[in-house]
Design a protein around this ligand. Structure first.
Ligand code: ADP
Ligand code: MG
Length: 407
């Protein structure tokens, strides 16, 4: 078990065929606690896989240092780092059976004397002979026991003699997981491990990975682009964009109090609705010709910003259908998506023609073209300045957030 620390880590890929060098990570600081499940998200190409590959030792950093526990690891070979990686593509050895794949890291892990090697080979060659003729090898027996344990955990016991090509996608991914857990590494690295699975299998395997991680307590860095995986699997989420860490926090912190517009639009489905507003005074915003009320942590601080233009953010659940009044917002439904338990309406506000997405109950019959009136939850407002940074919360409120997860 170990904590993992990226300290001022930079990575630039050298130029290729006349193109410019690719600066992927810029002086990144990131700390993953011992036993934590950290989910890493960000747009395609932002450097998620690079971050994992740097930790695994498949790439060298251009600057900074990575620590596993108290050990700087950037000078160590991958096998010495005590980390195990699971890839989207499974990356199983095609010529090895399931048992061979799970045991691969165990066989590779320590140097053996020539005598031991001979003993192990004779053991493997004589495995199928009658018992009295078999050559014993304590090492191989230990490995067999470990393979059996891992196979049982992942329900692979009946598949041990198969080759990867004889397995389904879900089974292959369980073998890849088995190979990672067999060595009981200090850190698991998982790079979109579920994205090749169909939806149902993905849900099942997601639960299995979370249960496994909580039971083993192994520090885990997990990359995904799936909103549900991001929100449900980890203790915390790290959002990466343009080479920099945008925010690090619990899923609810990021959902409720995104640190900037990028996170507001990236975390949550649908993304946060954004509207141009002007501050009228304490607890008062103006959207076009409408006055809207702000309550909660942000309300007081607004007096000092009177007259400023800000971006106001509202989640889809912060709008409610309401009877027409002169305080709420009239809108026309342009599209509706029935999701079974709820509907997601896309509406065009009469005020300014802005499009917003609104969550409503499944029973509302609101075909495109219908007129609706939307009440805004005064506590739902999130506000961002001209640089896209969230307005700071008053210190009293900021301290109350669930800052560190209980592991
Ligand atoms: P992600 O996993 O977030 O999609 P990657 O870490 O794979 O992103 O890639 C980050 C950026 O680095 C991309 O622009 C990609 O094209 C570039 N890149 C990745 N690997 C290499 C490489 N070996 N050589 C040059 N550029 C690379
Ligand atoms: Mg990637």
């Amino acid at each position: 078990m170990a904590e993992v620390r990226f300290q001022q880590v930079s990575k630039t890929y050298p130029p290729r065929r006349g193109s410019d060098p690719v600066e992927v990570l810029q002086q990144l600081d990131l700390q993953i606690q011992d036993g934590e499940f950290l989910v890493l998200v960000g747009p395609s190409g932002c450097g998620k896989s690079t971050l994992l590959r740097l930790l695994a030792g498949l790439e060298q950093p251009s600057g900074g240092e990575i620590y596993v526990g108290n050990r700087p690891v950037s000078q160590l070979r991958p096998a010495q780092r005590d980390v195990a990686m699971v890839f989207q593509s499974y990356a199983l050895y095609p010529h090895l059976t399931v048992a061979g794949n799970i045991g691969f890291g165990l066989r590779r892990s320590r140097n053996r004397s020539a005598l031991q090697q001979l003993q192990d080979s004779l053991h493997l060659a004589s495995r199928r002979l009658p018992r009295p003729l078999q050559v014993r090898s304590p090492r191989e027996e230990r490995i067999a026991t470990r393979i059996a344990e891992v196979a049982e955990t992942l329900e692979l016991d009946h598949l041990l003699d198969r080759l990867p090509k004889e397995l389904s996608g879900g089974q292959k991914q369980r073998v890849a997981l088995g190979r990672a857990i067999a060595r009981a590494p200090a850190v698991f690295l998982m790079d979109e491990p579920l994205s090749n699975l169909d939806a149902k299998l993905r849900t099942g395997t997601r639960t299995q990975i979370v249960e496994l991680q909580r039971r083993l307590g192994t520090t885990t860095l997990y990359v995904t682009h799936d909103q549900v995986e991001a929100m449900t699997m980890g203790h915390r989420i790290a959002v990466l964009n343009a080479g920099r860490l945008q925010q690090l926090g619990t899923p609810m912190e990021l959902y409720q109090w995104p640190a900037n517009l990028f996170v507001a639009q990236f975390i949550g489905s649908p993304p946060m609705n954004l509207l141009p507003v002007q501050v009228l005074g304490a607890g008062q915003l103006q959207l076009g010709s409408r006055r809207l009320t702000v309550e909660g942590a942000l309300a007081e601080g607004l007096a000092a910003r009177t007259g400023q233009d800000l971006t106001g953010g509202l989640r889809a659940e912060h709008f409610r259908l309401a009877p027409a009044t002169n305080r709420n917002l009239q809108a026309e439904v342009s599209h509706s998506e029935a999701l079974g338990n709820e509907q997601l309406l896309t509406c065009r506000l009469e005020e300014g023609g802005h499009l917003v997405q609104v969550r409503v109950g499944p029973e509302e019959a609101l075909p495109p073209g219908s007129t609706v009136h939307l009440d805004v939850d005064p506590r739902g407002w999130r506000l961002f300045d001209g640089a896209g940074e969230a307005l700071p919360l008053p210190p009293a409120t900021a301290g109350q957030g669930p800052l560190l997860p209980r592991l």
